[in-house]
Design a protein around this ligand. Sequence first.
Ligand code: TYD
Ligand code: MG
Length: 479
Amino acid sequence: MPKVRTTYVCRECGAESSQWFGKCPSCGTYGSLEEQLSQPTASTAPASDRRHRAKADKNRPAQARAARHLDAIASDRQARFSSGYQEFDRVLGGGLVPGSLVLIGGDPGIGKSTLLLQTARAIAAERSILYVCAEESGQQVKLRATRLGVTATDPAIATNLYLLPEIGLEVILAELEALRPAVAVIDSIQALYFSALTSAPGSVAQVRECTAALMRVAKQLGIVLLIVGHVTKEGAIAGPRVLEHLVDTVLYFEGDRYAAHRLLRSVKNRFGATHEIGIFEMGDRGLDEVLNPSRLFLGNTDDPAPGTAAVVACEGTRPLVVELQALVSPTSYASPRRSATGASYNRLQQILAVLEKRVGIPLSKLDAYVAAAGGMAVEEPATDLGIAIAIVASFRDRVVDPRTVLIGEVGLGGQVRLVSQLELRLKEAAKLGFRRAIVPQGQSLPTDLGLELIPVSKAIDAIVAALPATEKPTRTAGN
Ligand code: TYD
Ligand code: MG
């Protein structure tokens, strides 16, 4: 085997040097040099290298390289199987695909290990699974497993679930070859160590090379790899973005530390749609699926507060009814404060400007806060109308009928714009007992949902419909 040497490559400009510098000699960025193997592995090799290799491969049998008709390619390797959780399967696009790599990112302590251990138990009912615990000792994992009720007294678990407390990449690869499990969990990729590199576990070079090596083995043996990745302060999975390019699917496991529910969100998926979400709830005995989640994000509809409005956000193919709350009050600062929790800050600013200019509501001297209930993040434009109505309701100190849901994007001219998947959203609202929906005009409307539909073309019309001027406002904030 040729001697493996390392070089240093700048993350910013790509310049290479044989020595490490604190500052890149080429572009001057500090701390951007990363260790890299000088003999790149196939997956990380530059295109020119691959061309050389292709030339050397001339002796291969002709069929191996020949283009084939789509129908001639066997698809049986693509047969998906279930992770044991409907919510997880939905985010994956319908289950696990043999030979695929799934990266699961999330803040420490959010429940990634818990999710994967529970998934391991479910998978072990039918298939073999190797759980590599690189961060915790076997005993620690056993303790958690006992808490989750994953015990070896279950015959399927006794025969199918293997634990490997190990950080050495070579050992893990050898174990994958020997066991050939259907699924392998790597918890976590930042804890793995490849001895050919001198940098510490968790460095960009280690993370990249370990992922590339695992991928080669997994693709070759048709093993599903579920890889845990920690998230940096900026919110990206630690390691270069190349990691996200390497894997087939990138999921984020997220949630409010103070709330019990957790969202599994797909941000990249070669085998399904992105923006799908799966919802779980963390309890004393691990995670439970939440199959009817909208209730989590609705407040008390019997006693509605002024400044709340219900919207239907669509996350992938899943509609979610979420309650938005707004509060506007006179500012005591030179420039008013604006804050959006679980909603888009920029959209809030835009909606405030539209309400001021197009509807004539004087908001520029008022602080404005918008929050989504239950720690849910709704950044979709279709929730604009809900934000606008919640702000106006707070301004007028009025209550929006809690059985009315608002759907529509608000344009800069104050017009209400069309949204996607309107029927799906309306069905969800009807299912949850809403009676009225204010929707964009000009969109084809379903008739048999048992909802009174009010099409509007301008934000001002939506305000009139949602907050009819039948009664005098009790109090006007801002005066
Ligand atoms: P963990 O899966 O270790 O998180 P990660 O792998 O993402 O770092 O989850 C740890 C948190 O979950 C910890 O704060 C305790 C909590 N937890 C429960 O509330 N209930 C449970 O049954 C388990 C196993 C953990
Ligand atoms: Mg963990």
